[in-house]
Write a protein that binds this ligand. Sequence first.
Ligand code: SAM
Length: 246
Amino acid sequence: MSEAVTRDWFDAWADEYDDIIPRVPEYQMLVNNIVEYAGVKDGDVVLDIGCGTGFLSLKFVDAAKCKLTAIDLSGEMLAVFRDKLNRLRNEGYDFMNRIELRPGNAVNLPFRDEAFDIVASSAVMHHVTPEEKSKALKEIYRVLKPGGKFLLGELNVDTSGDHNDIKRLERLMASFTKLLILLVSACGAGVLDRMFDNTKKHLLNDGEYAIEIAMWADMCKDVGFDVIRREVLPSGIWGVLVAKRT
Ligand SMILES: C[S@@+](CC[C@H](N)C(=O)[O-])C[C@H]1O[C@@H](n2cnc3c(N)ncnc32)[C@H](O)[C@@H]1O
């Protein structure tokens, strides 16, 4: 059910996505920090979970001659990414031989054990339900090589709790107002149409189940990861976590 909600949401958003989220300077910082902290090297094998239109994937293949597999639930987001790769090839940047795109779900990774040096994910894991978050982390642990790194870029807002709880509503409205300000500053008021709907989805946990970065860190430790870095970006809205498979 939640999977269908998320797929439909991103299928419908795919054509406009690049005009919104990737234009926000602090989101660019989040993705740049993920790639920097990953320390990706030539020859590394990388998995981008929830690649969307390829914003994070392209930064990885640009940073090193790595091989990258990119998976996503949304066929339309993958189609935008594929068109982008074709356009880049026509412009002389051929990443096709280093990037493989395929449908896939974070909760059930279609890969063998210990296949990747790096697994990364930006703004995806908050779509995984509370019941399935730990399963997704176990899957990431399973497909990483020993010593491999998991890079998580996420919202840093705990949206769990009773929807009728007024304190929760006040706290979440304060956080999502900050996010709307970042979005309107970067893209103009036109984003409010979709992003108000997005805020509503977060408030009602309709395909959106964000938790704080510190909570992700605890869950990673429970699965067996060593959490080697955790940071919250200046607005407080987003954070980055680096966890190492032991
Ligand atoms: C906000 S976008 C982020 C896209 C990209 N990572 C970026 O930073 O621009 C979230 C993406 O995650 C995908 N997604 C959500 N839940 C997923 C899941 N369980 N497995 C795989 N992809 C998922 C969505 O289809 C969407 O493309």
